[in-house]
Design a protein around this ligand. Structure first.
Ligand code: CAA
Length: 272
């Protein structure tokens, strides 16, 4: 999702630095940005010169140190509390005292991530939705110590990005994934129990509920590893059996069938 966030920020006029662990991942991100912007050029919603200006505003680096001068950092690393905590500790050491550290986490406690830093008042959740250039929402989550100043700055930044900020308390899965993910998990249970085929399950929710994608297609789109990680956060954090991840979801993740990104999930995909 990091490249989608970078694209939207550069399009809004910000200078953006993307930091990732390898050149390969950075190149993949830049290719996705180029493809997404080109789609708008082809549809005559963006001029070719404007596209070139946007891409010029995006730089890439493999080291976190390169973020030293950033006014705001939006973290979008893997949905794992230990990895995120380590990134927040490192960023806290590197960036200036006034820099806001936002997390694009889809379920992990902002309060916990903030507590790993010496600036908990400047830590906040900015939860974007995929595909970021299309989806209007940013769920804004304040941790226990997030200051009013940080919150106001992030709300006005969200508006400048052309998105709508909606507030949510720091609770497992926030609103988006507390409501969405049990629906996806239940759809996986119906497949697991043989209640219907994958096509029927998705078709029923698309045609009957007017959802743009069926829940199994959406799970593949989000990533099955991400879905499992979110279900685990809900299960651990809320302690209710109704959030237990479906065994079929666990089995797919064990098999490395992670959805679109791995070429196979509930459906099969050609090379991406
Ligand atoms: N970049 C830029 N534009 C894109 C895009 C991308 N990556 N993907 C799609 N679009 C644009 C298209 O250009 C098109 O624009 P116009 O209609 O204005 O011409 C529009 O989106 C629709 O695209 P398509 O016609 O190609 O395909 P579609 O109608 O099937 O829509 C979709 C694609 C927008 C992804 C739609 O299927 C959808 O809304 N799906 C559900 C997405 C969703 O639920 N996202 C949230 C996931 S949860 C999450 O992200 C958070 C989490 O924590 C897990």
């Amino acid at each position: 999702m990091g490249n989608g966030i970078a694209q939207v920020a550069a399009r809004a006029g910000y200078d953006v630095l993307i930091s990732d662990v390898s050149e390969e991942f950075l190149q993949r991100g830049l290719t996705a940005i180029d493809k997404s912007l080109q789609r708008d050029v082809d549809k005559e919603r963006l001029g070719a010169a404007e596209k070139s200006e946007i891409t010029k505003r995006i730089r890439t680096e493999t080291s976190l140190e390169s973020l030293r001068g950033a006014g705001l950092v939006i973290e979008a690393v893997t949905e794992n509390v230990n990895v995120k905590t380590e990134v927040f500790q490192t960023l806290d050491r590197i960036v200036g005292a006034d820099t806001i550290l936002a997390s694009n986490t889809s379920s992990i406690s902002i309060t916990k991530l903030a507590a790993a830093t010496k600036r908990p008042d400047k830590v906040i959740g900015m939860h974007f939705m995929n595909p970021v250039p299309v989806m209007k929402l940013v769920e804004v989550i304040r941790g226990m110590a997030t200051s009013d100043d940080t919150y106001e700055k992030v709300r006005s930044l969200t508006e400048r990005l052309g998105k709508t900020a909606l507030d949510c308390q720091d609770s497992p899965g926030f609103i988006s994934n507390r409501v969405l993910m049990p629906m996806i998990n239940e759809a996986i249970f119906t497949l697991y129990e043989g209640v219907a085929t994958r096509e029927s399950i998705d078709g029923i929710m698309k045609l009957g509920m007017n959802h743009p994608m069926g829940p199994l297609t959406l799970a593949d789109f989000i990533g099955l590893d991400v879905c499992l990680a979110i279900m685990n956060v809900l299960h651990d954090g809320l302690g209710d059996q109704k959030y237990r991840p479906c065994p079929l979801l666990k089995r797919y993740v064990d098999a490395g069938w992670l959805g679109r990104k791995s070429g196979r999930g509930f459906y099969e995909y050609g090379s991406q």
